[in-house]
Design a binder for this molecule. Structure first.
Ligand SMILES: [Zn+2]
Length: 153
């Protein structure tokens, strides 16, 4: 797929999670399991930590989970200067119970129905896949939004 944005390879990335990004480009949220023992493997590795197998299987997973932790950035640091206009913004780590408790990072957007909800640990969220942009260095991204029914319970 061609994008008008140049992808800047993520510093320190070793490629084990390339299929995660390809999945997001297709509009799918995919997480890996070991092809031998079915253990969830996130963050992605080249080798299973449970059985030592080298093959993994990528599974389309429903992007639903609970906020495990979050932080608010008040400063546009050098490596994310593209987000300067969004400051302050919230990043969240979301635990996916139906994927072995995998914890996946993304942006948090609590704006719904004219309200702006603060993130809270344990809040039920749904992931929405956003197309590549300059803000995301040419990669697709995921933004976590509160599930409406859980928001005001
Ligand atoms: Zn395994």
């Amino acid at each position: 797929m061609d994008y008008k944005f140049e992808q800047v390879k993520i510093v320190g990335g070793i490629g084990a999670d390339d299929e995660f990004w390809r999945g997001l480009e297709r509009g799918e949220f995919c997480l890996p399991t070991c092809a031998s023992c079915n253990t969830w493997m996130w963050p992605a590795h080249f080798r299973c930590g449970s059985c030592g197998a080298w093959e993994m299987r990528w599974n389309v997973v429903e992007p639903k989970g609970k906020i495990f932790t979050w932080t608010r950035s008040w400063y546009a640091f050098d490596r994310v200067s593209e987000r300067a206009e969004d400051v302050p913004y919230v990043s969240a780590v979301v635990e996916i119970p139906h994927a072995g408790g995998a914890r996946v990072m993304g942006m948090f957007d609590g704006t719904m129905d004219g309200l702006n909800e603060d993130p809270r640990i344990g809040t039920d969220v749904v992931g929405h896949i956003l197309p590549p942009s300059e803000k995301t260095k040419g990669y697709p991204s995921i933004v976590w939004r509160p599930v409406a029914s859980g928001l005001r319970a």
